[in-house]
Design a protein around this ligand. Sequence first.
Ligand SMILES: [Zn+2]
Length: 383
Amino acid sequence: MKQRLKLGKISGIPLYMHWTFPLLILYFVYDGLNRGLDTVGLLWLVGFILTIFFCVVLHELGHSLSARWYGIDTEDITLLPIGGVARLKAMPRKPWREIVVALMGPMVNVVIAAGLFIYFWLTSQSAMHGIPEEADGLVINGTNFLSWLFLTNVGLVVFNCIPAFPMDGGRVLRGLLGLRFKRVTATKIASILGRICAVGFAALSFLPGQSPFLLFIAIFIYFTASQEYHSVKTEEALREKTVRNAMRTQFTLIPAETNLDEVIPYITSTAEQGFLVVESTEYGTDLKGGVTRPAIVRAIKRHKGQESFFEKYLSRRRSKVNSFFVHELMNDRVRYLTPDMPLPMVYQEMMQLRISVMPVRENNELVGVLDYHQIQEFIKLNS
Ligand SMILES: [Zn+2]
């Protein structure tokens, strides 16, 4: 999501275009040229794609503006080749609100399609006006532009109503289940149904005459459905919890100059998965960084030549350290926490900054340690 271009702001919401988006336009131009379209034909085609993406922006605004109505802001809207993404700062937790916010996107496409349908009706045209029955690729012209626009908006509504994450239908389904079940349970059921849908699509994609694109969508839906359940489970377990709830107050400090022979007692005498690394100076002890148990174990195995083929491959990619001191294995980025910090924020930072061991300080004194493994355990125990 990083490589993107800001297009502007709509109702105070930044609108971005992902760098791959122009590639989609280029692909259509290339495909059009191959099919022998002339300049006018190409301009119609590009104009049509841009119009569709304008409809997609309106769809995302449907979500964003209805969320705003419930006091939820939107971070930004990004245009990707596969569609638009509106990143809401939070998902509405009340089932009815989630249903409304999810429905307001496709509703925009329903309104566009209905508007076009009324236009066709008033001008006594067919909705399929100018669209040949057997089309050899997409050919857009002044006669069939609105018909294609109508069909595509209907297609967007149908696609988004598939009851699986990340489609809007998945959120509506979760909202409906949420009226009866707890949020985590509702998500679990919706996620399982989504995965069943995905397996169905995958099976369909193997039928003769189906495009491999369907299989791609099926895989995408399968993983997004699983991911959604995992993230809601995490979110619920960490909600309203602070560092104090998950931190360890008994912890082992390892001196930075500890070598291979000396480190083994440290890891055999405790089950801790993350250690803080310290260095003694004339003023006291300095915190240098953090090291995880798996990193130490891997280094010991490497040193003794006991790693498996796979581990050898991984360690070759990771580092070329031959001498062995703890300070060579540690992550030297130190991020101090306080016991009152909200746990969801800390967890997010841990993943973003890639720091797996963090010291907890209160009144300038080291009072605890929080590591990634502990948070994982905490999520398991609390969900
Ligand atoms: Zn949507």
